[in-house]
Each structure stands twice: as C-alpha cells, then as structure tokens.
Design a protein. Structure first.
Length: 277
C-alpha cells in the first residue's frame, strides 16, 4: 500500500508540471525553466542564514529546497527586504517566499498562503535562580516583552492571530506591569541581571529563549507555551493552480514526516505541529 501511494504521489507531481494548458503561469514558467525562485530573509538563524561555506542554510532554506524538489525544479534564492516581500505584487521577481511569515488577513489582501509549515511557540522564561516553576505563578508580576509584538498583545489580553488553523488562545497570565523594549536582546539582558531585579520574567518565542540559554544566559522556561503562531509559505495573489500545487506538497510534507524531520534537525523539537495535535 505504501509503495502504491509513493508511485501515485510521484505520478501526481509529474501531472502538475506536464499540464501546460492548465498549470497556471508560475507552474508553466517553472516547468519551462526548471527553476523556482524563492525569497527568504537570509539573516535570521536558524531559519535562514549564511553558513561557514558562504551558502544560505537553515530550516526555511531546507523547506524551500524540498518543495522545489517535489516540483521537479532547482531552487534559486533571493533575499529582498522583508517589507518588500510582505507588500506583494512581486512582478515575477520571485515565485514563492519561505520566510516564516504569519498569514494575517492584512497580508492575505495581496498574498496567498498555500499552507502553514510550522508553529512558533511563545513561552515564558524566568531567571535560573527563580523559584517560579509554572507560568501561572507570573500572574501579578512584572513581565518584559518586545513592542510592538504579538507577545505584548497577549499580555494586554487583545491578541488576534487571524490565520486559519490557529489554535485557540487562552490568557493564563495577567501581569501587573508590562515592560516593553524594542528588541528581545535588551529583555534577555535585563532578566539575566537576577530574579526580580528589573523584571520577574519575559515572554518571547521559545526558539529565541532556547538560543539564549544555549549561549549562556541564566534563564529557564516555565510552563507550557502561551500560544502558537502559525508560519506559512507565501505566494503572490492570483494563481490558484500554483497555490493548489503547493498546498498539496506542504500537506504531503506534514503527512510523510518531512516537516517533523527538518524541525528536529534545526530546533531539536517538532514545531511542525502544536501540542494539541
């Protein structure tokens, strides 16, 4: 049965690229050139960054390469400014963005999102010497966050992530004081000064917290994630055939464990699904 599915999947992929009359403009171009152009950040490890071989590397890069492989194409990366990517109207400068983008309704006015490929958990952290062991103990405390951000909105109780498939948000922590800063480096630096010196805890992405711990910051994660932020592949609006082809590939990559494998490779944890799955 597994072999039959594999053969059928390969045949279906070939059909996507062999139906010139119905494939859509982007798929037609990919078929004729054998290349898919992908935009990504290039400066955000471990999602996408330049490695010691002077090559783009990272989780997003590996996801993009696998999608290209399943389309029967080679991948070419470009690294435009983030604001240019999210503005849409790409004018064929690239075909797809794999850059950990949150699929909001505002962005959906100019972009299409074929599929969510992983979820970034937001988590609370405290100083390593703190006696706090659960996020509920942070109620009534002083919490630091980047602003503006979804983390700040969560602490204010007005977070709305309007993407399909987003897990329900529950507000388990209501701090007395929210300390806001322009970047998480400053928040991590303040928390490392000691338990309660400037704040009692912080709220940030779990991968960022784990990276800080890896780099020697005396902090620790407490409790389960506060919420999960879905991150999706994006394409320019107006090509339903390309959208559907990518949606199938992304779904297959989840189903066959590829997303899990890549997430474990880069994060040591399966962020391709939420804890409720």
């Amino acid at each position: 049965m597994t072999m039959k599915r594999a053969i059928f999947g390969a045949f279906a992929s070939l059909l996507l690229l062999s139906s010139a009359g119905t494939a859509g403009p982007v798929l037609d171009r990919i078929k004729s050139t054998g290349v898919i152009k992908v935009s990504t950040a290039g400066t955000w490890p471990p999602q996408s960054f330049i490695n010691d071989k002077n090559e783009l590397d990272g989780f997003d890069v590996d996801v993009a390469k696998e999608i290209a492989k399943r389309l029967g194409a080679n991948v070419e990366f470009v690294t435009p400014e983030w604001s240019v990517i999210t503005a849409g109207h790409w004018m064929d400068r690239w075909d797809m963005s794999v850059g950990s983008m949150t699929p909001t309704k505002a962005r959906a006015e100019v972009l299409s999102f074929p599929g969510i490929y992983y979820y970034t958990p937001a988590a609370f952290a405290v100083h390593a010497e703190a006696k706090i062991t659960d996020k509920a103990e942070l109620n009534g405390k002083t919490i630091g966050v980047v602003a503006p951000s979804t983390f700040e909105q969560y602490l204010n109780g007005d977070l709305v992530i309007d993407a399909e498939g987003t897990p329900e948000i529950t507000y388990d922590v209501k701090p007395t004081t929210v300390v806001t800063m322009p970047n998480n480096q400053q928040i991590f630096d303040d928390l490392r000064l000691g338990d309660g010196v400037r704040m009692d805890g912080l709220l940030d992405s779990l991968p960022a917290i784990n990276d800080a711990i890896k780099n020697g910051y005396p902090i620790k994660v407490v409790g389960t994630p506060a919420f999960y932020e879905p991150l999706a592949v994006a394409i320019d609006k107006g090509d339903p055939e390309f959208n559907d082809a990518l949606a199938t590939i992304i779904s297959d990559m989840h189903a066959d464990g590829t997303m899990t494998t890549l997430s474990m490779k880069w994060y040591g944890f399966d962020y391709s699904k939420t804890s409720s799955e």
